[in-house]
Design a protein around this ligand. Structure first.
Ligand SMILES: *[C@@H]1O[C@H](CO)[C@@H](O)[C@H](O)[C@H]1NC(C)=O
Ligand SMILES: *[C@@H]1O[C@H](CO)[C@@H](O)[C@H](O)[C@H]1NC(C)=O
Length: 358
């Protein structure tokens, strides 16, 4: 999801699309799955109605979320094909080395082929199946090039950010030279800690990606924001490590997070979602479904709530469990494990992850 202001519009078009799909007896995943990237209240009635139907249907689906009615299209813009230099901006006093470490390990695992299968880099390989009109595929290579720490937010943009002030945080970091302007390879991630509020966080968004405006940052740079929802709305943004109250009656239990931090483990999946979309649709003119470029449905949006085979309809799908009962679906570096949502594969035209059971 890339535009907060467009989320409402996206929702109404999604509602319409869902109704359309239902009339064909096919359930689009987001109709029946928890909807962590947008407003639950509006989605709730649809979800509750369709849960039963979708679980009956999923047995006959060949792949999770597969549908001939989803037309993910290429719109002629570039994908991120050069090796990516990540610039991390840790915003807020709530960050600690132990909460940052899983996120760093996840990002470095994206291009680390040594982790055991199913691995984070195998998860990313679905994203590399997308290319642009220059026939360049999405890159396999990530490095963390530089990190900035803004602990005292009152010296910056405060404890309550708007969409535009997220860009100002990037502008400040670039202006103070704590991070460079990197046109060729740079992707900027603003990561807010648990006490920081962000416009529409928890109500409409858990994260977003876009590109910076020259009028604010001086350059057009792809960036994403993701927030730690642990203290504010884990049931919205850290599903399935917290379960919304309205789903509690369905017998659904919260899963134990692989790194013992509901907010941070939840963030990892949102970061994965946003990076996959940013790489395939960095200027919002490459890969997305739907006719409206201000409300694109991107490769992560199509697979929200699906983490394993059989996922959909409020069920995460088959995911592994470690000796301590913690749930995960991919392995990363340093022996880390993560639970990340699947993304849409252009090859099988369905959601896909490396832990798929064929
Ligand atoms: C590159 O993208 C094309 C589709 O655009 C895909 O068919 C091909 O498998 C991709 N190549 C690699 C190496 O992933
Ligand atoms: C943060 O900055 C403000 C403004 O300069 C200052 O008043 C405050 O004492 C600082 N807080 C901490 C914890 O350093």
């Amino acid at each position: 999801m890339s535009l907060t202001s467009s989320v409402k519009m996206a929702q109404s078009s999604i509602l319409l699309m869902n109704l359309l799909l239902l009339s064909f007896q096919i359930v689009l995943l987001r109709a029946a799955t928890p909807y962590p990237y947008s407003n639950q209240q509006q989605q709730q009635p649809l979800k509750l109605q369709h849960t039963q139907q979708s679980s009956a249907l999923s047995a006959s689906k060949r792949y999770e979320g597969s549908s001939d009615l989803i037309h993910l299209r290429y719109h002629m813009g570039p994908v991120l094909s050069s090796p990516i230099n990540l610039y991390l901006i840790w915003y807020g006093r709530g960050w600690s080395p132990s909460s940052q470490a899983p996120i760093r390990d996840f990002l470095l695992s994206l291009s680390d082929p040594r982790s055991p299968s199913p691995s984070v880099s195998q998860w990313w390989s679905t994203v590399t199946l997308y290319s642009d009109q220059t026939l360049s595929n999405v890159t396999r290579t990530f490095t963390i090039a530089r990190e900035a720490h803004i602990r005292n937010t009152s010296l910056s943009r405060g404890d309550s950010l708007t969409r535009l002030s997220v860009q100002q945080v990037i502008a400040d970091s670039v202006g103070s030279r704590s991070i460079p302007v990197d046109h060729r390879h740079g992707v900027y991630l603003v990561l807010t800690s648990r006490e920081v509020r962000v416009q529409e966080f928890c109500r409409a968004v858990c994260g977003f990606h876009y590109f910076t405006f020259p009028s604010i940052v001086g350059h057009t740079l792809p960036y994403a924001w993701v927030g730690d929802s642990g203290a504010q709305c884990p049931d919205v943004c850290a599903y399935p490590f917290a379960v919304p109250a309205y789903m509690a009656g369905s017998g659904l239990k919260a899963m134990r997070p692989p790194n013992a931090d509901v907010g941070v483990d939840g963030m990892v999946s949102v970061i994965a979602h946003e990076l996959a979309e940013l790489a395939t649709n960095p200027l919002v003119n490459a890969w997305y479904a739907g006719e409206d470029p201000t409300a694109p449905t991107e490769i992560g949006d199509l697979c929200e709530g699906v983490y394993g085979s059989g996922g959909g309809g409020g069920y995460t799908g088959e995911v592994a469990r470690d000796g301590g009962g913690r749930r995960f679906n991919v392995n990363g570096r340093n022996g880390r494990r993560f639970l990340v949502q699947w993304v849409w594969s252009p090859v099988i035209r369905a959601c896909r992850g490396p832990n798929a059971i064929d």
